[in-house]
Each structure stands twice: as structure tokens, then as C-alpha cells.
Write a new protein. Structure first.
Length: 229
């Protein structure tokens, strides 16, 4: 006999709502999912936006999911080395996968780590990151350093890549560790398959001298290099 997940009282299969507390249900293959209404504890969709990194773990309780889910997120995302960041948490419905975005930024660039926490497996299902370098591209010292490197090497500036550091350990524990360091590389076109990258020195406002070759694999590169004929 099923019970109401809100008040714990017994309900009948197919009941549209709990006769004791008023919680409404959506029944799926003889099981139900809560659709909180009057007296609700949470809405169908939860959107917790612009949370400080220090409040990340305790805000997980607002999802009102079982303890093993919130504990799984805490154990899978290590933020112990991060001091300044914002977090967005979105869950479209109870029991759904949880989208978590962690945004770290300074005056030169920002990095967003995007995590999809798989509810059914209780672990990180997907991870990716992206960085924006608007502030750096607008800095006069950086533009000057790029022009100097273009003049010396004869190669055209392509783009910046990198950002704040993170490591997703999938081999053993499936843990994402956010690290305090950062690295940004300015890429110059070598040929259609590769670039030459120089690390950005934010302290001395220059591009370091030691070059490194990189494959061109960004989405923009794939479009540029595609033979449209």
C-alpha cells in the first residue's frame, strides 16, 4: 500500500491527491511522483541561482531529495579548495537529474564548470566546462602582447583557451575536484590542423616565451575547416 511522501499517511493507488494533507500526485506505471500543491514543501522545478560556493552543500537540502542523493553530490564534487565562486542548481522535477553550474571569474576571464548529476546512478553523469575571455581580449596589455607575438612569429592570433583548473577523476571514484589555480593559453595558427600556444603571464602582463603545439579541435575550427564543397 503506497503512502504519501509528504505526510506519511496511507493513500490508495490512483488517488489524485492525499486526503490528509492535500499533496497531489502524478501516477506513472503504478508508482507516483509528488506534484506539490497547497501546503507544498517544494515546487515541481527547483532553481537555486547565484548561490555562494560556501552555501552550496547546505542548499542541496532545498531539493528535498533522499539523503543518499545529497550525500552523493557532496562526495562527488570537491569544492574545498575554492574560496570565491557562484553556483546554480536546477532540478526540473523531483527525482530528475540535477544540473549544477559553478562559475569562477575575475576581471580577465570566467570559467563555468557544468555538471549533470545522474539521479538514477547517483553519480556525475556528464561534465564539461567553458571559459569566456572578454576582459582579457579588451585589455590593452594583452592586445599589445598579441601584436608583438604576431610580429615575431608571423602567425595570426586565433583564440584563448583554458581557465580555472578542475580535474574529473573517473577511473576510480568519479570525483570532480575544483582546484584553485588557473592557466590561460593564447593560440596562434600554425596550420589547418594545429596551433602554437603561449601561456598568458598575468603578473608581468606578457605572453611567455616557451611555445607548445596544440591540435585544433574546437567547434569553431571544425566549422572553419569543413569542406563545404
Amino acid at each position: 500500500m503506497p503512502t504519501c511522501p509528504n505526510c506519511g499517511e496511507i493513500v490508495m493507488n490512483g488517488d489524485p491527491y492525499c486526503p490528509h494533507c492535500g499533496t497531489t500526485f502524478r501516477w506513472v506505471e503504478e508508482e507516483y511522483e509528488m506534484r506539490y500543491s497547497r501546503g507544498a514543501r517544494r515546487p515541481i522545478e527547483v532553481r537555486l541561482l547565484d548561490i555562494s560556493i560556501q552555501a552550496f552543500y547546505r542548499n542541496l537540502e532545498k531539493l528535498q531529495e533522499p539523503n543518499h542523493i545529497t550525500a552523493g553530490i557532496r562526495n562527488s564534487i570537491d569544492i574545498s579548495k575554492v574560496r570565491d565562486a557562484k553556483v546554480n542548481i536546477v532540478q526540473p522535477y523531483p527525482g530528475g537529474d540535477i544540473d549544477i553550474s559553478i562559475i569562477r571569474k575575475n576581471k580577465y576571464f570566467s570559467t563555468t564548470d557544468s555538471i549533470v548529476y545522474d539521479y538514477s546512478s547517483n553519480e556525475i553523469g556528464r561534465y564539461g566546462f567553458r571559459s569566456s575571455f572578454n576582459g582579457l581580449n579588451d585589455a590593452e596589455w594583452f592586445r599589445s602582447a598579441v601584436r608583438k607575438k604576431e610580429s615575431i612569429t608571423g602567425r595570426k592570433f586565433h583564440e584563448c583557451a583554458g581557465g580555472y583548473d578542475a580535474h574529473w577523476e573517473t577511473d576510480r571514484a568519479n570525483i570532480l575536484e575544483l582546484r584553485p589555480g588557473c592557466k590561460v593559453v593564447a593560440h596562434f595558427i600554425k596550420d589547418e590542423y594545429s596551433t602554437i600556444g603561449y601561456e598568458v603571464d598575468f603578473k608581468d602582463h606578457r605572453l611567455k616565451d616557451e611555445p607548445k603545439r596544440y591540435d585544433r579541435i574546437s567547434a569553431g575550427d571544425l566549422i572553419m575547416d569543413y569542406d563545404w564543397d
